[in-house]
Design a protein around this ligand. Structure first.
Ligand SMILES: Cc1cc2nc3c(=O)[nH]c(=O)nc-3n(C[C@H](O)[C@H](O)[C@H](O)COP(=O)(O)O)c2cc1C
Length: 259
């Protein structure tokens, strides 16, 4: 499917992680929109996104800390699944899952990537995995308990690192489009907000690398970097620059080649 660049780009600033839900079940028209994007947005091999139309009460577990709270009363959730024999599967799941999350945001739904603190056994009672498939993350979907946290109402700011600290190298004479492109990537969500992405910029490409190969929170930094890849591409697309991805060897993740 072609990326709806304007709509997903607008969702970047509207999306915030939401953990307390009202229990309200989305209308069928909204749910079928989510089912459609889960089926149709599959840009890389080995990734499967499944909407589970069952309450996720048994699925989420609590944890104490700044970034982890128990998710409550989500009517539905989406499971992001990867074939672990496929190369680059973590980044591919991050990229794909974020597309689905940004579409959910555009449909007015709240979401929250959850990579570590959920009960896999509970999910595996509700979905079947094929050989070689692993559950890499889930997101609740629904409407926030508090009206002020609904999509478009939230006054929350994104707490992120300064862009300067994320740039490894940058050639001179790159147009101003690079600023909004990198800003879109900077706003990407990541496990525990660790923001592992780093950027090397040349006239015809942007390389995304990971700051470290440590895992942590049960989530790969490659998955976080896959999320930032989609944000970066959306920033480039709305600035009029199309491109394609070439995966690279760690600690580099992938290079966006501008056409
Ligand atoms: C791959 C991934 C895994 C995450 N896992 C969890 C989790 O297990 N529990 C949780 O409460 N939040 C989790 N988060 C949400 C992050 O804490 C959140 O995205 C980050 O703090 C930035 O905040 P924001 O999403 O509101 O912009 C995860 C985010 C990502 C991208």
């Amino acid at each position: 499917m072609e990326i709806p660049a304007e709509s997903w780009y607008n969702s970047i600033s509207l999306r915030h992680s939401q953990r307390k839900y009202s229990g309200e079940v989305p209308d069928e028209s909204v749910t079928s929109g989510i089912e459609k994007v889960c089926t149709e947005f599959a840009p890389f091999p080995g990734v499967r996104s499944v909407l589970v139309r069952e309450p996720a009460n048994d699925v989420f577990k609590g944890a104490v800390g700044q970034y982890f709270f128990k998710v409550t009363k989500a009517p539905y959730y989406i499971a992001f699944i990867g074939d672990i024999t496929k190369a680059n599967i973590q980044a591919s799941v991050g990229y794909t899952g974020e597309g689905i999350i940004l579409e959910a945001t555009a449909l007015g739904l709240n979401t929250c990537w959850v990579g570590g603190f959920y009960k896999r056994e509970a999910v595996l009672k509700q979905i079947d995995l094929k050989d070689n498939e692993q559950l890499l993350a889930i997101t609740p979907i629904g409407y926030s308990l508090d009206g002020k946290d609904r999509v478009g109402n939230s006054p929350k700011k994104h707490r992120r690192k300064e862009l300067n600290g994320l740039i490894l190298s940058k050639e001179d004479n790159i147009g101003s489009w690079i600023d909004s492109t990198l800003e879109a990537a900077r706003l990407a969500p990541s496990a525990a907000n660790r923001q592992p992405w780093r950027f090397s910029i040349s006239e015809d490409s942007i390389t995304v690398s990971s700051s470290s190969n440590r895992e942590g929170f049960g989530v790969s930094r490659r998955l976080d970097c896959g999320i930032a890849m989609l944000h970066l591409e959306l920033g480039a697309l709305v600035s009029g620059f199309k491109g394609s991805w070439e995966f690279l060897d760690y600690p580099e993740i992938a290079r966006f080649l501008i056409h």
